[in-house]
Design a binder for this molecule. Sequence first.
Ligand SMILES: C[S@@+](CC[C@H](N)C(=O)[O-])C[C@H]1O[C@@H](n2cnc3c(N)ncnc32)[C@H](O)[C@@H]1O
Length: 224
Amino acid sequence: MAKDWFAWHDLYNSQELLQQRLAIVQKYISDSLDAAPAGTIQVVSACSGDGRDLLGVLETHPRAKDVRARLVELDPKLVERGKEAIAKLGLTDQIEFINGDATLTANFAGHVPADVIIVAGIFGNLPNEEVLQKLIRNLTYFAKTGAFAIWTRGERDGFRYSERVRAIFQENNFSEADFQLTATGNMAVGRHRFDSQTISEPLDEHFFEFTGTPEKAGLLVSTP
Ligand SMILES: C[S@@+](CC[C@H](N)C(=O)[O-])C[C@H]1O[C@@H](n2cnc3c(N)ncnc32)[C@H](O)[C@@H]1O
C-alpha cells in the first residue's frame, strides 16, 4: 500500500493498470501535439506527479521544441524528480515545474488558455460530482478553442464513473475525441476537444478540492 504520493509513483514499475493508463495518456498527448497549429504549443498539467506522461512524450516528439509547459504538483520530491528529467531533456527554458497547489487557478495564470490540458489522476480523487462539474466548467478558462483536455478516471465495483465524466464534458462544450479503457478494464482515459469560446476570467479561484489518498488510489491498482 502506498504511504504517500511519492511512493504511489513506484507502482508504475509493477502495476499493469498504471502502465496501460500511462501508455494511453501519452498517446493522447502525442496526438494532441501532432494536431497543434504551427508555432508555440502551450501545455498545462495539474497534479502532475513527476510529469512522466508529458516528459516521456517530449523525449521523442518532433514538436518538443515548440512546447511551453507549466506543471503544478504539491509533493516537492516529485517536483524535484520532474525537474531533473526536464534538465536531462534540455528543456529547462520551456518546461516549468512548480511546487504548488493545482486547485488554485492563479497557479496557471499566464499559461492559459492552453492547447493541451492534462488532468490525469485527479477525477477519482474529488469529494463528489459537484466538484467534478466545477472543475470541468473551469476548464473553459484553461482551454483555447480547439484545445484538448486529457483525463483519467478509475472504475470501481463495476460502476462506470467515466460515463458521468464524458457527459459533463459534453455539457460544457467539449466534444469527445478519444476514449479508451485500459486492458485491465478498470481505468478510463479520455480526450475531449473544446469547441467553444474561451472565457477570459476563471469562474472560481479555487476550482476543485483534491481529497483522495494514495492508500485508496493504491487499492484500485491492486484489485482490478
Ligand atoms: C494520482 S496522482 C497522479 C499523478 C500524475 N498526474 C499521474 O497521472 O501519474 C495525484 C497527484 O496529485 C498530487 N496532488 C494532490 N493534491 C494536490 C494539489 N492540491 N495540488 C497539486 N498537486 C496535488 C499528489 O501529490 C499526486 O502526485
